[in-house]
Design a protein around this ligand. Structure first.
Ligand code: UDP
Length: 426
């Protein structure tokens, strides 16, 4: 159940029974540990701040995390900064630079960045003990905290993007911000920057009981595919790629690999994406992809609203193979989502993806470049022609996600961190 409070913050209730349902997946003992940890940190007031309520991986995780932690008795709230389009154009430029791809820098944007962060400072709960600030967009909030506030609050920056080390002037901008934080969290050790701030690694997670990942009634999957114009899945096995329309997600490589496969094996490709409130590139990249597939039979391109969770779930379940050929990737929740659904996932060998896929065992890794096109085509053909192997690979994928990438592990990591931070709060 979801309701809006007058302050715009989303209040979500999540009963203890709902949490108990996770025991069927992870076992009673692990869940018991979460309740015990919850008891220990109940008195701590926690706030999470990001830049989009819907769309993209951070919103996906917070949507499940907040009610879960509340169900454990925590006093945790989630706020989203409000900003105009110029702010998001600037922060997407910053995001692209940080991931190693320059866009035309917008100098005026720096002023908008600071004005917006200053304006949003009022979102910070004065009584918060621990603040998790996600990604670069709201990272500037810390600069408006008083010395006294910084003394009694712990500020954590959680970085979900692929932090490349190419552009020093952009990294320096982030460094001067992040060095004020008590801790910076990254999704893999590969991204750790040489900054003067304590760092740690925490893996992202998916929620197996969310609309995105829960089991669906078997008849609903083909129904949703049919409603969206897909062909008979028996005749043309489906290859699915779920991603925002973004320069790093690799849709253009997927199209080229699909062209090679389709010459030899009947199949269909679905690239589905949607908007995120903090990503202004959706329309332009969607238009470029439309142009690329307009004369390509069996290629489907869908731009859906960001809350199309059941549809995405169905497209992942309908797939014989899932692709995520990213060029840069902070983590790539879509990889774990596909693996959880027992699908063989072919992912770019970059960023957080190899942390999820063990090449040849529970998925395939391909070069995150043009070289990856031929590699991807080979692997797709192999999987389509060897369904037994694909099924086994998918089963192993689910096991890997169960062990390492479920929300229950994510909550445990966060509660342990909060417990340790409490000792340092004055
Ligand atoms: N997603 C979605 N609709 C879309 C595209 C993506 O619901 O049209 C979801 C996807 O299922 C995943 C999240 O958004 O849960 C994307 O997270 P990921 O870490 O893969 O990438 P990000 O968008 O954060 O770079």
């Amino acid at each position: 159940m979801t309701q809006k409070s007058s302050g715009g913050a989303e209040k979500t209730s999540f009963s203890e029974e709902r949490i108990a349902a996770y025991a069927t997946i992870i076992g009673k003992e692990e869940l018991e540990e979460l309740f015990q940890l919850g008891e220990l940190v109940r008195a701590t007031k926690v706030q999470q701040i990001n830049s989009a309520r819907r769309g993209g991986g951070v919103a996906e995780m917070l949507r499940s995390l907040i009610p879960f932690e509340r169900g454990l008795g925590l006093d945790v709230s989630w706020e989203v900064i409000s900003a105009g389009p110029e702010f998001f154009t600037y922060t997407k430029t910053l995001h692209n630079f940080l991931q190693g791809k320059p866009k035309v820098p917008d100098l005026v944007g720096t002023k908008i960045y600071w004005d917006t962060n200053r304006r949003n400072y009022g979102l910070i709960r004065k009584d918060a003990d621990v603040l998790f600030i996600h990604d670069p967009q709201p990272a500037g909030l810390i600069k408006f905290a008083s010395t006294e506030e910084l003394q009694h609050q712990r500020w954590i920056w959680r970085c979900h993007i692929h932090l490349s080390h190419e552009y020093h002037f952009v990294l320096d901008f982030m460094r001067t911000l992040i060095e004020d934080y008590d801790l910076a969290i990254f999704s893999t050790g590969k991204f750790l920057p040489p900054w003067d701030v304590r760092t740690t690694i925490m893996l992202p997670y998916i929620d197996p009981l969310s609309e995105k990942n829960r089991e669906l009634p078997p008849e609903q999957v083909p129904e949703i595919c049919w409603e969206h114009g897909l062909d008979d899945l028996e005749k043309k096995p489906l290859i699915t790629l779920v991603s925002r329309f973004d320069p790093f997600k690799g849709q253009e490589y997927a199209i080229e690999a699909f062209k090679l496969v389709r010459k030899e094996v009947p199949c269909q490709l679905l690239m589905v994406g949607g908007t995120a409130g903090d990503d202004p590139e959706n329309e332009a990249i969607f238009a470029q992809l439309q142009e690329r597939v307009k004369d390509l039979p069996d290629a489907h391109l869908l731009n859906l609203p960001p809350d199309s969770h059941v549809e995405i779930n169905a497209f992942q379940r309908a797939a014989s193979i899932i692709l995520q050929p990213s060029l840069k990737e902070g983590f790539g929740l879509t990889v774990s989502e596909g693996m959880w659904k027992e699908k063989p996932v072919i992912g770019g060998d970059i960023g957080g993806i190899p942390g999820q896929i063990t090449d040849g065992y529970n998925g395939f890794l391909v070069s995150p470049s043009e070289k990856g096109i031929e590699e991807m085509a080979q692997r797709i053909k192999y999987l389509l022609l060897n369904p037994y192997f694909a099924t086994e690979m998918g089963k192993r994928g689910k096991e890997a996600v169960k062990e390492r990438f479920l929300i229950t592990r994510g909550v445990r990591d966060e509660l342990r961190l909060i417990k340790n931070l409490r000792k340092t709060i004055i």
